[in-house]
Design a protein around this ligand. Structure first.
Ligand SMILES: [Zn+2]
Length: 129
């Protein structure tokens, strides 16, 4: 399950950051997910909920923002957002066919949309002792 392993990675980073910053309670976890990761945001959220049970993140609000893909075209130098209308594939190795919206070339580089980032975390710190 693609979402669960991604959730585990995200969660371990969140916990590491929380520890380094002396956090006692995590209030919010904001995540950006590129559309081309083919992660299902609901499943990702669900997996994170399971992982955060009985931890300092158990009441945290999890927000997932989907990032639209951006490309750079090697033929006409167009750079910018594209709309991806292909299958919301959940195959293990999705093959992505992207076309430049300006000239139709398939010689494009993906510059955004394949990433999965933790945007920010809201938390309460422990009182300094
Ligand atoms: Zn082009």
């Amino acid at each position: 399950m693609h979402e669960f392993s991604m959730a585990q990675q995200i969660f371990s980073i969140v916990m590491k950051v929380a520890k380094e910053n002396n956090v006692k309670k995590i209030l919010e976890i904001n995540i950006e997910v590129g559309q081309l990761t083919f992660l299902n945001p609901d499943q990702l959220k669900f997996a994170l909920k399971i992982l955060s049970e009985d931890t300092i993140a158990q009441d945290a609000k999890i927000r997932i923002e989907i990032i639209q893909p951006e490309i750079r075209c090697n033929s006409c130098k167009y750079a910018g957002k594209i709309s991806y209308n292909g299958p919301e594939s959940h195959t293990i190795y999705p093959i992505i066919f992207l076309k430049c919206p300006k000239c139709g070339s398939t010689d494009v580089e993906i510059i955004r949309g394949k990433e999965c980032n933790i945007k920010n975390i809201k938390a309460i710190r422990k009182e300094a002792t």
